[in-house]
Write a protein that binds this ligand. Structure first.
Ligand code: C2E
Ligand code: MG
Ligand code: MG
Ligand code: MG
Length: 292
């Protein structure tokens, strides 16, 4: 815990900090055995192209159903997994599980949309990362176009030859790349020009303020026009309202993802949601499926 507070930080240790440190330690302890206990599961959230109202992809989001702690949010455990190195093993599991799920859907005749997987910076910087991606695709026999990787700004901004080469290699393989949570990191816009990426995901924090907050709207507008000028696909996260779809479409954003359409769901529930999806969001979906 002290480590995450920075090196030269001399802090008084408060009872609250002791509590947090303890919680973090016992979470870490439980996290170490979570994989062996099969406590991880992937949930899937649809991404909808607003102009056609068609599903164009899903994002895989990890869930941890801990015997000891119950459902733990990735917002909590990803950081811990990164700090203790467990993220490498976990990230590899996510990659393979997403490919396994896609292969299962291929067999079952589920439409040919890609699954997007979140990649942590530590995971991406492993020298064998690309080999692991290739292995996951090969083991389950899925096409490279059925996998997408969501990268953070901190990954793609890393100015090293190795990073640039890895990004190009993935692009050449046919794996689509997107920058996640765009606008929240430390962006130097110039780097976008050279990156072999296809998508920008506008962070949900800006999207949710799009109708109530002038600054949020201006930020989304700027990201969308920049992305369009660079021929990138724009994906808005955190879309909760029908009215947000209208605004986003007007601004020129392409794809929307959020609770308005569907919360992240386990694979089977996602497929049954998809089988009834008619291009509309929650309200229509719920009223169409009311059971007496
Ligand atoms: P993210 O990749 O930006 O994912 C979007 C988050 O927003 C997800 O939170 C999703 O459940 C949530 N979300 C989606 N629609 C809405 C909405 O309409 N309103 C609101 N309020 N939230 C919405 P989640 O699943 O808790 O994941 C949080 C973060 O944890 C992710 O942010 C991602 O950075 C990380 N994460 C999740 N799964 C993985 C994984 O398999 N590997 C890695 N490295 N990171 C992951
Ligand atoms: Mg993501
Ligand atoms: Mg995101
Ligand atoms: Mg986000």
């Amino acid at each position: 815990y002290a480590k995450s507070q920075g090196r030269n930080n001399c802090q008084l240790f408060s009872p609250r900090m002791a509590e947090l440190a303890e919680e973090s330690l016992s979470l870490e302890h439980a996290l170490r055995t979570a994989a062996d206990r099969d406590e991880f599961i992937l949930y899937y959230q649809p991404q909808i192209e607003m102009a056609t109202r068609k599903l164009v992809g899903v994002e895989a989001l990890i869930r941890w159903n801990s015997q000891q702690f119950g459902m733990v949010s990735p917002a909590k455990f990803i950081r811990i997994a990164e700090e203790c190195g467990l993220i490498l093993q976990m990230g590899d599991w996510v990659l393979r599980e997403a490919c396994r799920q896609r292969a299962e859907w291929n067999l079952a005749g589920v439409a040919d949309f890609p699954i997007a997987v979140n990649v942590s910076a530590l995971q991406f910087r492993q020298p064998e990362f690309i080999r692991r991606v290739e292995e996951a695709l090969q083991i389950y026999g899925i096409s490279t176009t059925q996998l997408e990787l969501e990268l953070t700004e901190s990954i793609v901004m890393h100015e090293s030859g190795a990073t640039a080469a890895a990004l190009r290699r993935l692009r050449d393989m046919g794996v689509a790349l997107s920058i996640d949570d765009f606008g929240t990191g430390y962006s130097s816009l110039g780097y976008l020009k050279h990156l072999p990426i296809q998508k920008l995901k506008v962070d949900g924090a800006f999207v949710r303020g799009i109708e109530s907050d002038k600054a949020d709207r201006a930020i989304v507008e700027a990201i969308v026009s920049l992305g369009r000028a660079l021929d990138l696909t724009l994906v808005a996260e955190g879309v909760e309202q029908r009215s947000t779809i209208t605004v986003l479409s007007k601004l020129g954003c392409h794809v929307a993802q959020g609770y308005y359409y569907c919360r992240p769901l386990p694979a089977e529930e996602f497929v049954s949601w998809f089988s009834q999806f008619n291009g509309e969001g929650k309200r229509q979906f719920q009223s169409a499926t009311v059971t007496p």
